[in-house]
Design a protein around this ligand. Structure first.
Ligand code: PAF
Length: 279
């Protein structure tokens, strides 16, 4: 496994590959868990070589505290990557990526960016768009893998690729969960013991939403979720939304022509957790 921190060395390696070599790419911010590893294993199966980036992207954090406290476990990450047969790891610094101008580009994602996460995390999706576009330019992947836990991010990246005719296929991968249902996330390691115990309630609620979806109205379900979280002293609901999978616009009634998903963001103490379920 090769590890590069300089763009030029990585690009030199990529341009020396035999013509027709299929490159799979998994961008990450490190603190790797089984969810990441499942994306990488899939990329290994479907491509000739796999590149994984580890870069905690400053422009996508709306809160400095969250950026500073983001878990960093580079040595463990590298041995995990080796164990799943990753070929190349890219670990740039912020200055290497942003050429000493750490700022994000303004994107138009046709309104996807104004829903849910976009309402609560100012500038987040411009930061995500900026880094993912930059990494795609450097790595030039054929296939890029993203988890459905960040479903809004996945749809936004699909939109960016489509609008800019980028030559990369975006592959969404199912959410990987702990045995108790909690969606895997690098942030889970920052949960206190009592918040970790409380957090599976999020997915439990989503599965109940899924069964209510056929029999109850959207407003009834939303009110039910709000009331359920009021009974949870350790969890604070930030938003719950049932939205169209394509436009991410909140649904008010169900039309059989469209696919829907329930989305949720919850604070467990200071740690913000998100999850979603297809309905
Ligand atoms: O999902 C993430 O970990 C990040 O948003 C990504 C895609 C690596 C961009 O920094």
């Amino acid at each position: 496994m090769l590890v590069y921190s300089k763009i030029k060395s990585l690009k030199d390696n990529i341009s020396s590959l035999k013509k027709g070599t299929h490159i799979g790419f998994v961008p990450t911010m490190g603190a790797l868990h089984k969810g990441h590893l499942s994306l990488i294993k899939r990329a290994v199966k479907e491509n000739d070589i796999v590149v994984v980036s580890i870069f905690v992207n400053p422009t996508q954090f709306d809160k400095k505290e969250d950026l500073v406290n983001y878990p960093k476990t580079i040595d463990t990450d590298l041995s995990l990557l080796k164990s799943v047969h990753c070929d190349i790891v890219f670990t740039p610094t912020a200055n290497e990526i942003y050429d000493n101008n750490i700022s994000s580009q303004d994107f138009d994602f046709d309104g996807l960016e104004f829903q849910m996460e976009g309402k609560f995390r100012e500038g987040h999706f411009n930061g995500v768009g900026t880094i993912v576009k930059r990494l795609f330019e450097i790595v030039t992947p054929h296939n890029a893998y993203f988890g459905e836990k960040d479903f809004q991010q996945l749809q936004i990246i699909r939109k960016m690729v489509h609008k800019n005719k980028m030559p990369v296929k975006i592959i969404g991968c199912e959410i990987y969960r702990e045995n108790d249902g909690l969606a895997m996330s690098s942030r889970n390691t920052r949960l206190s013991e009592k918040h970790r115990k409380a957090a599976p309630f999020i997915y439990k609620t989503l599965t109940q939403v899924k069964s209510k979806f056929n029999t109850e109205s959207i407003s009834e379900i939303k009110n039910w979720v709000i009331e359920e979280f009021k009974k949870q002293p350790l969890l604070t609901l930030e938003y719950f939304e049932i939205a169209d999978e394509e436009t991410l616009k909140p649904a008010t009634k169900v039309d059989a022509k469209y696919k829907y998903r329930a989305f949720i963001a919850v604070f467990a103490g200071k740690i913000r957790l998100i999850d979603n379920i297809s309905l």
